[in-house]
Write a protein that binds this ligand. Structure first.
Ligand code: UT7
Length: 332
C-alpha cells in the first residue's frame, strides 16, 4: 500500500434544457402533482430531446466544463470510466465516445453498469487506479438518459426518472484528503424487481419484444423501496462505525436521489441533520448514475477542504454501497 490517496479536484454537471413537470405528466398518465410530490419529493425532471442524442451528450458537456474549470489539458487524462446503464450503444463504450469528443487521445476508457450505484462503484474503482501510483488523472462520469428506456404510459416508472449526469476529476494526493474507504455490495436476486428484460443476449430486440414492451425499465416499486431503505441506511451506518465517525463528524451526506423518503430514513439512521443532506431530487428526479455527481456539482460552492462526506446509493442489481471521502478543496 502507498500513502497516495485519490482526491476529487473538480466536478461539473450537465442537465438537458427540457423540463418535464409533474403538471405535464398529469396530462400523460393517471397521476397527480400531489401524489408524486408526497411519495417521492420530485417536482420536475430534465429530458434530452432531439434525434440520436445519447448519454455521451451529457458526458461530453460535463467533461468539457470539468476540463475548463480545472485547467486540465485533455491530453493529460489517463483513464475515463463512464458509469451508465443507458450507453449510446451496446458497444463500443460511451466512455470511448466521450474521450474522443473531448480530445482525451491518451486515455483508455470503459463503461461500468451498476445502475443507481454506478457512480459509487466507478469512483471506488478509479480511486484504486490512482492509489497504485500508476495513474495521475482519471475522469469518472455518472450519466444516464433514462428517458430512452422509460415507458411514458407506465405511471409507476415515468414519474421518477430523468436525464442528466456529471463528472469528477481524480488526482493523487499525499494530504489527508480524498477517498478514505468504501463498502460496496450486490444481491443478484434484485433481477426480479428492477431491470430491463429486453435488449440483452437473453431477449434480443425483435418485433415481438418491442410489442411486448420489453425494452423499458420496470420496477416493483414497493419491494425496491423496502430493500433500499434498509440497505442504504445499513451500509451508511456501517462505514461510519468502521471509521469511528459520529453524526456530528459528517459535513455532508450525499445520497442517491431515488426517493426523498429513502434519503430521510438514511439521514435519520446516521443521525445527520437535514441541513447536511444534499438534495436536488425535486428538480432532476432520479438520473440513476447521474445523481451523485449532480449533487456534488450543485453543492460544490458550499464544500470546504477537509469536509467529511458520505456518499450512499442503492439501485438495480441490486447494487448498493457507501463511500467515505474528505473533500480536497475550498470553494474557488
Ligand atoms: O433508483 C433505483 C432504486 N429505486 C428506488 O429506490 C425506488 C423505490 N421505490 C419507490 O420510490 C416507491 O415505491 C415508488 C415511488 C415507486 C412508489 O411509491 P409507493 O409508496 O411504494 O407506492 P406503491 O407502489 O405501493 O403504490 C401505492 C398506490 C397504488 O394504488 P393502490 O393499489 O393502493 O390503489 C398504485 O397503483 O399508488 C398507486 N400509484 C400511483 N398513483 C398515482 C403508483 N404510481 C402512481 C402514480 N400516481 N404515479
Amino acid at each position: 500500500m502507498t500513502n497516495i490517496k485519490a482526491a476529487i479536484t473538480g466536478v461539473h454537471g450537465y442537465v438537458p434544457d427540457y423540463v418535464l413537470t409533474n403538471a405535464e405528466l398529469e396530462t400523460m398518465v393517471d397521476t397527480s402533482d400531489e401524489w408524486i410530490t408526497t411519495r417521492t419529493g420530485i417536482k420536475e425532471r430534465r429530458i434530452l430531446k432531439g434525434v440520436e442524442q445519447g448519454t455521451s451528450v451529457i458526458g461530453v458537456e460535463a467533461c468539457k466544463g470539468l476540463l475548463e474549470k480545472t485547467g486540465t489539458d485533455p491530453m493529460d487524462i489517463d483513464l475515463i470510466i463512464c458509469a451508465t446503464i443507458t450507453p449510446d450503444f451496446p458497444f463500443p463504450a460511451t466512455a470511448n465516445i466521450v474521450g474522443e469528443e473531448i480530445g482525451a487521445k491518451n486515455a483508455w476508457s470503459f463503461d461500468m453498469g451498476a445502475a443507481c450505484s454506478g457512480f459509487l462503484y466507478a469512483l471506488s474503482t478509479a480511486a484504486q487506479f490512482i492509489e497504485t501510483g500508476k495513474y495521475k488523472k482519471v475522469i469518472v462520469i455518472g450519466a444516464d438518459k433514462m428517458s430512452s428506456i422509460i415507458n411514458y404510459e407506465d405511471r409507476t416508472t415515468c414519474i421518477i426518472f430523468g436525464d442528466g449526469g456529471g463528472a469528477v476529476l481524480l488526482e493523487p494526493t499525499e494530504e489527508n484528503v480524498g477517498v478514505v474507504d468504501s463498502i460496496l455490495k450486490t444481491d443478484g436476486t434484485g433481477v426480479n424487481f428492477l431491470g430491463m428484460p429486453g435488449g440483452g443476449s437473453r431477449v434480443p430486440a425483435t418485433v415481438e419484444s418491442v410489442q411486448a414492451k420489453k425494452h423499458y425499465a420496470f420496477q416493483e416499486g414497493s419491494t425496491v423501496f423496502k430493500f433500499a431503505v434498509t440497505n442504504m441506511a445499513d451500509v451508511s451506518a456501517e462505514i461510519m462505525e468502521k471509521n469511528n465517525l459520529k453524526g456530528e463528524d459528517i459535513a455532508w451526506l450525499v445520497p442517491h436521489q431515488a426517493n426523498k423518503r429513502i434519503i430521510d430514513a438514511t439521514a435519520r439512521r446516521m443521525e445527520v441533520s437535514d441541513d447536511k443532506v444534499m438534495m436536488n431530487i425535486e428538480k432532476y428526479g432520479n438520473t440513476t448514475a447521474g445523481t451523485l455527481p449532480l449533487c456534488l456539482w450543485d453543492y460544490e460552492s458550499q464544500l470546504k477542504k477537509g469536509d467529511n462526506l458520505i456518499l450512499a446509493a442503492f439501485g438495480g442489481g441490486f447494487t448498493w454501497g457507501s463511500l467515505y471521502l474528505k473533500w480536497a478543496y475550498d470553494p474557488k
